[in-house]
Design a protein around this ligand. Structure first.
Ligand SMILES: [Zn+2]
Length: 178
């Protein structure tokens, strides 16, 4: 039995007549936005020819293979495109560390992964975050301390408001990090 692996749904709704059109893509296509809605469904609503739509995307969770593929290839982008925010998630922590330590990847991707680790610390320091997880924060601080060389290289990439919260919690001060 063959089963289609195009299981991720993209739904485009016409804002004029509310006609809905659907497109199914693979996990990889959905993760990296490797599809062209206009090309597949046409630029106009098939019902009323309007060209204004709202679009809903089903977003897959990344697995190690997808993260590796993204990390190695500079031409691949994660969807949505605040990549470090998407990656700043406990479920990706082990994968991120594995990729950082075992694979040669472009500088920009390495910086993004280091930034994602800082964002995890930031999010779990923020007192407004009722879900904050002190264990997780401590673990990621430990992982950042082990990778100070990589963090220094990512320094220009990381936003100041993140650094202001995260760096004082690390085993070096900001002066030395630059
Ligand atoms: Zn329409």
């Amino acid at each position: 039995m063959t089963q289609s692996n195009k299981t991720y749904k993209i739904e485009r709704t016409c804002t004029v007549c509310h006609h809905v059109e659907k497109l199914f893509v693979t996990k990889r296509e959905a993760a990296f936005e490797l599809f062209d809605i206009d090309k597949t469904l046409g630029q106009k609503c098939s019902n009323c020819s309007s060209t204004t739509f709202t679009t809903a995307y089903e977003r897959p969770n990344l697995d190690l293979d997808l993260l590796k593929e993204w990390a190695i290839n500079s031409d691949l982008y994660l969807m949505p495109q605040d990549e470090e925010l998407l990656l700043a998630d406990e479920q990706y922590l082990d994968m991120i560390l594995q990729v950082l330590d075992n694979i040669t990847i472009p500088d920009h991707k390495r910086d993004l992964l280091m930034d994602a680790l800082c964002v995890i610390v930031y999010d779990n320091t923020n007192e407004d975050n009722s879900q904050r997880d002190d264990q997780l924060k401590k673990r990621v601080i430990g992982e950042l301390n082990k990778r100070q060389d990589k963090l220094r290289l990512a320094d220009d990439w990381i936003m100041d408001y993140i650094k202001d919260v995260v760096y004082p919690q690390l085993d070096f001060d900001r002066q030395n990090a630059v």
